[in-house]
Design a binder for this molecule. Sequence first.
Ligand code: PEP
Length: 250
Amino acid sequence: MAYLIAANWKMNKTVAESIDYIKTFKELVRDLKDVDIMIAPSFTALSSVSSLISDTNINLGAQNMFYAEKGAYTGEISPIMLKELNVKYVILGHSERRHIFGEKDELINKKVHAAIEFGLRPILCVGETLEERELGKTKSVVERQIRSGIAGLEKEVSSIDIAYEPVWAIGTGVNATVEQAQEVHQFIRNLIHDISKGNDKGTRILYGGSVNEKNASELIKAKDVEGFLVGTASLDPKKFYEIILKSMEV
Ligand code: PEP
């Protein structure tokens, strides 16, 4: 599997700003092969971005999704609405969804099921808070989030990517060290290997948390880091492009 380098723009960029970015970015990455590139803009920009990237090597992602196909769920976005716009990936269980919006493992699991059912590729985000790390709970928290996130999908593990994003590293400028990332990534690989009874070859384990054009080369050297989920640094097309180039050095 090619590595996946994914941009999470969060609640940034208007439609006009998104269009400007994509016009620059698609020229930069035009000749890149053997890497999967994904951009998750805001919901309001999905349609414009989708049209602009239709003939490129850039894949479209969504930052969240509800699990039902349609119905009385004010303010939510359904899997078929994303499919209509050629969305391929959906970020689920991002730490901001868990910690600001109170999403629990059970809800996230329903969303992961719905993504698979409707042919979207989930990027399931997991990661411990600083307090949990300091209490020595990193692995137990990550294990709980993964076991419940993919419960009932043991046969579909290869259709899911996982992002390890320590909460203390997201948007803080403090990235995990290569050793810290590798330790958890290896743990996750062994865990999903067990859960799937060995059918986890299609799953990429991404690292996220203050990845930038300066630390990407080092982090990607970790054996079980198979891509990145990038927030802040992905807002600049040149920086995101540099991160992609660095991730292709291994
Ligand atoms: C993220 O939003 O998933 C993220 C990792 O953000 P940042 O790169 O800004 O830490």
